[in-house]
Ligand binder design. Structure first.
Ligand SMILES: CC(C)(COP(=O)(O)OP(=O)(O)OC[C@H]1O[C@@H](n2cnc3c(N)ncnc32)[C@H](O)[C@@H]1OP(=O)(O)O)[C@@H](O)C(=O)NCCC(=O)NCCS
Length: 149
């Protein structure tokens, strides 16, 4: 992880975020929709950059809503999985949101997405409810929450 920097995302990262999105099984956000998300006033996005190549290897995005945040996306590039990148993105996001006096973070995750559920559980997110048939394929979502304050 010493080769990875976490920094605030900006429009210069859009193409590389889109490139990672295109490889995901369930999500393929277009350049335009990522751009729209990133430009929203209440959006907060971070990218993980490999310092040796200057390439984006992961990102996280959330929406800030008064006293809490909703994570809208998190992903790590396929060639950089299981190296602590998503953990590092979440840890940095939590630290920065705490400084903004955000009290808690919420997220939805597919009940079949074990890597993500394990990630969130490891970082002390708790399942607080289930949304049935939440996704397009009618899969349920686990709603998870972490209190920051
Ligand atoms: C979920 C995801 C973001 C994890 O990214 P990552 O950078 O590989 O995660 P980390 O290396 O920080 O892993 C942290 C923990 O997550 C869990 N985890 C990560 N990948 C896992 C896998 N393939 N199987 C089981 N658990 C896994 C483990 O508990 C791991 O801790 P450990 O390394 O001590 O075992 C990544 O798999 C991904 O991009 N998936 C596709 C997009 C996605 O599903 N996003 C979540 C939407 S809710």
């Amino acid at each position: 992880m010493e080769n990875i920097s976490i920094t605030k995302a900006d429009s210069s990262h859009l193409e590389q975020i889109e490139a990672i999105e295109k490889t995901l099984e369930h999500r393929n956000l277009s350049y335009d929709s990522i751009k729209k998300d990133l430009e929203r006033d209440n959006a907060y996005y971070l990218v993980a950059i490999d310092n040796t190549t200057n390439i984006v290897v992961g990102y996280i995005g959330c929406e800030l809503l008064v006293d809490h945040a909703d994570i809208v996306s998190i992903a790590t590039d396929k060639n950089h999985l299981k190296q602590g990148i998503a953990s590092s993105l979440l840890n940095t996001l939590e630290k920065e949101l705490k400084e903004k006096k955000i009290e808690s973070i919420f997220l939805e995750v597919r009940t079949s997405n074990l890597p993500a559920i394990n990630l969130y559980t490891k970082l002390n997110y708790n399942k607080i409810s289930t949304r049935t048939k939440y996704y397009d394929n009618l899969e349920d979502a686990n709603i998870m929450k972490k209190d920051l304050i």
